[in-house]
Design a protein around this ligand. Structure first.
Ligand code: FES
Length: 115
């Protein structure tokens, strides 16, 4: 889904309502950010919302079409697994991480800081 850009005084960008990201699922949100289209993955895992760049650090598959196993994300590209809490891979010695964004929830709306 695509959203209009709205930024608050702390630099958080308004994304979507929490209901748009059902428990145990991920969605992709696209928006124009500083002149470039950004693809952001939102995950609702174990009662927490996570936001991160929707590009796998391995070979750029969209992470939002991956699989959630609790708070773990499995990329559909080559099955790398990531811990959503830390952002780290779960397959040492692979040391790449998710590009996570800080989020906040205000009145049921997800906001993320993209820089
Ligand atoms: S692209 Fe994600 S594991 Fe290869």
């Amino acid at each position: 889904m695509s959203v209009e850009q709205e930024v608050d005084s702390e630099g958080y960008v308004k994304l979507v309502a929490v209901e748009e990201v059902p428990p145990g699922e991920m969605v992709q949100v696209t928006l124009d950010w500083q002149g470039e289209e950004q693809e952001i993955a939102l995950a609702n895992a174990e009662g927490q919302i996570y936001a991160f760049k929707d590009i796998c650090p391995h070979m750029n598959y969209p992470l939002s079409i991956g699989l959630l196993h609790g708070s773990k994300l499995e990329c559909r590209g080559h099955s790398w697994r990531f811990d959503l809490v830390s952002g780290r891979t779960l397959s040492p010695p692979i040391r790449k991480t998710l590009n996570k964004y800080p989020i906040k929830l205000i009145d049921g709306i997800i906001w993320a800081r993209l820089d």
